[in-house]
Design a protein around this ligand. Structure first.
Ligand code: SF4
Length: 506
């Protein structure tokens, strides 16, 4: 019989979450490095460069890879010969570990978990509770998989109850393009097949905890149907040409992991859950001898890359920006922004819409300003602001027409594509939408030289700030004519990949 001490589990969970906030798993770094080396699309390669530079900076600076430090997922396997010493329930021990990790003074993480999700949506302030799955297994050890899953990738999870004769590959190829770029590709797809609806979702999530090994599988060849499926999905999803950040390119998925379970004769449940550029998970085992320890990856794992801008970059002074200047920018242009911008995301937009509807004055003047969709991590030490990458812009589509028409706003920065409502509003008002790289949050934060709270302080990380930035790189994703890089890029690259595959088969 092994006895697990309460303090050991709490400390191990806290240390695991701190560890994965700034270290990508080594298999993920290697896969990202290989994607970077093979990428031919200039836009995707630039995005991958930023991801890798950011990843190394976070490993050195011990600060979060992404401003969204995730919702905590824990998979426990409790040996039947394990006993416990302590007063808390196992769930309470894990949540105490989460609390300590997210409120760590040296590396404070962003609390993103809200209670009352269809009501007041109040921030629990310490990122609790975790989502915990427990299995009782033979043995005398406690096996723990800890993940911090970003909201952008969770938002793109899909489920379907297929007919038994339907093709899993066809379904996956149908749904992946509908996921857009809000899940910050490249990353992984977890596919769960069989069981019941909730079991298929759980299998997909569990599959994401497995190591990236698609290149080994390719080299040795498939040994069973699931391995054949993985290879087919990996090739065909990448052939969609979605690429890094949805800009069009050779790598959309670094691996596809599949798990299955027996199911009813009448059913074929299937789920897909993506894992993003900020893939964060680690495994540890407790055997009663003390808390887990974690080994930092070797800094030589990261490629020696630097983020450099080409000569065609345009420098923009946001303090003198006019609607006329914005109209001269073209989709695909790289800009270096300096000067002052405003921030705001879901909750701030909702409150602004309510103020406008009631005819009340706005707390901030948006005339000829740019808004950055961001919810940063709190700063530590001498930081102006913590990691501050973009959030998914699609969620702001329903507010975009109102913001452009009623407030004088002329530009937005976020991540991923805009939907039809957002693009129509941008075209109609001659505005612009730009993207920063999702998952390069620490790198982006380095461009911010001043941060001032302007309004909605009660919203915490969702409040409206004014950031002053110096040389912040962005790409024009939707220009004033409505042209969109997220529509054009994947179209061009899927065609190039198809031609290449066709040529090799001749
Ligand atoms: S990389 Fe993208 S999807 Fe992942 S946590 Fe960060 S913002 Fe969210």
């Amino acid at each position: 019989m092994t006895t697990i001490r309460e303090d050991d589990l709490i400390a191990s969970i806290a240390d695991a979450l701190q560890f994965i906030s700034y270290y990508h798993p080594p298999d993920f770094i290697r896969a990202m490095r290989s994607a970077y080396e093979q990428e031919e699309s200039p836009a995707a390669k630039a995005a991958l460069t930023q991801v890798l530079v950011n990843s190394r900076m976070c490993a050195v600076g011990k600060r979060p890879i992404c401003q969204d430090t995730g919702i905590v997922n824990v998979f426990l396997e409790v040996g039947m010969d394990v006993s416990w010493s302590g007063k808390l329930s196992v769930e309470a021990m894990i949540n105490e570990g989460v609390r300590r990790a997210y409120m760590h003074p040296e590396n404070v993480l962003r609390a993103s978990v809200l209670t009352d999700p269809d009501g007041a949506r109040s921030n629990s302030k310490d990122n609790t509770p975790a989502v915990i799955h427990t299995r009782i297994v033979p043995g005398d050890k406690l096996s723990v998989e800890v993940a911090a899953k970003g909201g952008g990738s969770e938002a793109k999870a899909k489920f379907a109850m297929l007919n038994p004769s339907d093709s899993i590959v066809d379904w996956v190829l149908e749904v992946v393009p509908t996921m857009g770029a809000g899940w910050c590709p490249p990353g992984l797809l977890g596919v769960g097949i069989g069981g019941t609806p909730e079991k298929a979702m759980l299998l997909a999530k569990e599959a994401l905890m497995e190591p990236i090994d698609i290149h080994d599988l390719k080299a040795r060849g498939p040994a069973n149907h699931l391995e054949e499926l993985r290879l087919e999905l990996h090739e065909k999803v990448n052939a969609l040409g979605i690429g890094a950040q949805g800009l069009g390119g050779l790598t959309t998925v670094l691996d596809v992991k599949v798990k299955d379970y027996p199911t009813h004769a009448a059913n074929k449940p299937v789920a897909v859950i993506p894992n993003c550029t900020a893939t964060r998970h680690v495994h540890f085992t407790l055997d009663g001898s003390g808390p887990a320890t974690f080994e930092a990856p070797d800094l030589d794992e990261w490629p020696d890359v630097a983020f450099e801008l080409g000569d065609d970059v345009r420098r923009v002074d946001m303090d003198t920006l006019t609607p006329e200047e914005v109209c001269t920018w073209k989709a695909g242009d790289t800009l270096l922004l300096s000067g002052k911008m405003l921030t705001g995301r879901d909750a701030a937009h909702k409150r602004l819409a309510e103020l406008i509807e009631r005819g009340e004055p706005l707390p901030v003047d948006f005339t000829n300003r740019i808004i950055y969709y961001v919810g940063p991590v709190d700063p530590v030490r001498d930081e102006i602001v913590g990691p501050a990458g973009p959030t998914t812009a699609t969620r702001m589509d329903k507010f975009t027409g109102m913001m452009l028409e009623k407030t004088g706003l002329i530009g937005m920065i976020g991540k991923a594509e805009r939907g039809p409502a957002g693009i129509d509003a941008i075209r109609e008002h001659g505005a612009v939408y730009m993207i920063a790289v999702g998952g390069a949050a620490y790198l982006v934060a380095k461009a911010i030289t001043r941060s001032t709270l302007l309004a909605f302080e009660d919203m915490g990380m969702e409040a409206i700030y004014e950031f002053e930035v110096k040389d912040m790189p962005v790409t024009v994703a939707v220009d004033a004519t409505g042209a969109s890089v997220h529509r054009e890029g994947p179209k061009v690259w899927s065609q190039k990949i198809a031609e290449r595959i066709g040529a090799t088969r001749l």
